[in-house]
Design a protein around this ligand. Structure first.
Ligand code: CP
Ligand code: NVA
Length: 304
């Protein structure tokens, strides 16, 4: 299986490694009993500086289904580095646990954890990336399209951590990925440059635009909140700017979109309408289920 030691951004993975992870996720999903002891005797610390439903529950239940033990550390510990340094935190945890899964405010915290940890560190969302989400998203798309490299995926809304993981992962996989964002809410320019380099090598394509018409003929559209965790901008202050990028049925029909994804939590009637979210083109709850299968593939690859 793939030879990688940590999962911080998706950039550490080759196309073959991502495809292997997706194939393993499908095997675990189809034959869970075969993997019921894959993490026997292993303990995984799951640490959260920010709220979570899907990530917390899918790691906890997923690790349990693999025969392992998840230790949940919540926000009562406060921001990492306050009670003790991140270095000391990592140096302690690494003596007990077999892996650290961390949702943090700053990507730098993950880099420090990794630097001082002798066990794998998995990013379960930071300010820049959400690689576990991206893997579940590509898994979900691959369940509906035979060849990922032929899929055109358009992210609509605020250029954020999820956007970055879709751009990087999609570029590695040779997909065409568009980030359609209002002016001033573009994804990070350096990450877009990196994605363009990866796409040049894989035969993929990266589009960044504020023009919604650019999604004509795309297969899948993808939504996320307009205001991410850790950003205290009131939603009302950005709502008018983002409403033209709402995923609704009129837009799906006008541009010939086949499927819709959303990482959730969703703000119904803002970035996506209930009609679309609950409609026949929605893969959103498959996508939420797939968080567990994709993460289990990561943990099995890193630990088993
Ligand atoms: N998509 C996702 O990461 O959801 P949670 O914030 O609920 O974990
Ligand atoms: N971009 C969102 C994703 C939530 C899963 C956030 O960071 O809040």
């Amino acid at each position: 299986m793939s030879d990688f030691n940590h999962l911080l951004s998706l950039q550490e993975l080759s196309q073959a490694q991502i495809l292997e992870l997706l194939a393993l996720a499908k095997k675990i999903k189809a034959n869970p009993a075969e993997y019921g002891q894959a993490l026997a005797g292993k303990s995984v610390v799951t640490l959260f500086e920010k709220p979570s439903l899907r990530t917390r529950v899918t790691f906890d239940i997923g690790i349990n289904k693999l025969g392992g033990h998840a230790v949940y550390l919540d926000q009562q510990n406060g921001a990492m580095g306050e009670r003790e340094s991140v270095k000391d935190f990592a140096s302690n945890i690494t003596r007990w646990a077999d892996a650290i899964v961390a949702r943090v405010f700053s990507h730098k915290t993950l880099q420090t954890l990794k630097e001082h940890s002798s066990v794998p560190v998995v990013n379960s969302l930071c300010d820049l990336y959400h690689p576990c989400q991206g893997l579940a998203d590509f898994l979900t798309i691959s369940e509906n399209y035979d060849d990922l490299s032929k899929v055109k995926l358009a992210y609509l809304g605020d250029g954020n951590n999820v956007t970055h993981s879709l751009l990087l992962g999609g570029a590695i996989l040779g997909m065409e990925v568009a980030a359609i964002c209002p002016l001033g809410s573009n994804p990070d320019a350096q990450i877009v440059d990196k994605a363009r380099q990866l796409a040049a090598a894989s035969g993929g394509k990266i589009v960044v635009s504020d023009n919604i018409d650019d999604i004509q003929g795309y297969d899948v559209v993808y939504g996320d909140t307009w205001v991410s965790m850790g950003d205290d901008t009131p939603l009302d202050a950005v709502k008018q700017r983002f409403l033209p990028y709402q995923i609704n049925q009129t837009m799906m029909d006008r541009y010939g979109i086949k499927h819709v994804l959303h990482c959730q939590p969703a703000h119904r009637e803002l970035e996506i309408t209930s009609e679309v979210m609950d409609g026949p083109q929605s893969l959103i709850f498959d996508q939420a289920e797939n968080r567990m299968h994709a993460q289990n593939a990561v943990l099995v690859s890193l630990l088993a």
